[in-house]
Design a protein. Structure first.
Length: 286
């Protein structure tokens, strides 16, 4: 199984250094979420991992090999990337889009094969967009379009999939749909998933490993219950909150406290939480 590592990584745009001397190991076969405030460097870090941005220092290693030393097609067979807000050429059908994921597996001597077609159709089925195969991608809803792009990445058949904010601009139902799909790809297909997420509660529910980024540095990393604490949220995001157990998953649930809001004993206090959870579970059971 492919292992992805950053060693003393330095990433910059022109003269602006965003990531400096960062080292990190991505757990193989798990879902990792990069979290942090806007502008903290998490998307830049993902670009460094995906070879979209060349390091000014240090390196990124995939299974013992520097990713910049690998031929492009060889890297694409092992590592897939879905950037934020990908643009689809006008008129391109869903089948045509997903089939683009097979490009790394083709050569001048062997173009489209039965294996490529099978991988494309399988990716369409797994992601639930087979019924839209002949429709232009730009006619789909946001959630359907995102699943089509994930299908293309799945057809690529890489062990590691990197996604930059895959739930951005999606409504709540589509966000859960996309995250459930990524969970299925991880559990059912053994894919290593690395994604940038804004929603801390989604990150806690779906990720096995969190990396909190602040000012281009790793502020905290580990299991959700170790990373998402009131002190870390205050340090990374600059906001007061209360952390309670999620009534569905038991993972940390962040309840932010705005400047105009103050906790009230008669509305909710953490001491009341076990009673509220029991009442909720009883209602679900009914």
């Amino acid at each position: 199984m492919s292992e992805l590592n950053a060693h003393h990584l330095v990433l910059a745009y022109d003269n602006a250094c965003i990531i400096e001397d960062l080292s990190l190991t991505i757990p193989s076969g798990q879902i990792t979420a990069l979290v942090g405030p806007n502008g903290c460097g998490k998307s830049t870090l993902l670009r460094g991992f995906s070879r979209l941005l060349k390091p000014r220092g240090g390196n990124v290693v995939l299974s013992g090999q520097d990713i910049w030393s690998l031929p492009t097609k060889e890297l694409a067979k092992r590592l897939g990337i879905l950037p934020q807000g990908p643009v689809t050429p006008e008129g391109l059908t869903v089948h045509e889009l997903v089939s683009q994921g097979r490009y790394p597996h083709q050569s001048w001597l062997q173009q489209w094969s039965a294996e490529d077609e099978y991988a494309t159709l399988e990716a369409l089925e797994i992601t639930g967009v087979a019924e839209f195969a002949d429709r232009p991608v730009d006619t789909l809803s946001g959630g359907q379009r995102q699943r089509a792009w994930i299908a293309m990445t799945l057809a690529q058949d890489s062990e590691v999939i990197l996604l930059d904010e895959p739930t951005t601009f999606l409504d709540m139902a589509y966000q859960i749909e996309v995250l459930d799909l990524l969970h299925d790809l991880n559990v059912g297909r053994g894919k290593t998933i690395v994604m940038v997420l804004h929603d801390l509660n989604h990150a806690c529910r779906y990720a096995d490993f969190l990396v909190a980024v602040r000012d281009g540095q790793i502020a905290a990393y580990g299991a959700p219950q170790d990373v998402v604490t009131e002190s870390v949220v205050q340090m990374v995001f600059g906001i007061d909150c209360r952390i309670i157990p999620d009534p569905i998953t038991g993972t940390p649930l962040v309840v932010p406290i705005g400047r105009t809001q103050k906790p009230k004993r008669d509305v909710f206090m953490q001491d009341d939480y076990p009673v509220l959870v029991n009442a909720f579970q009883d209602s679900v059971g009914d």
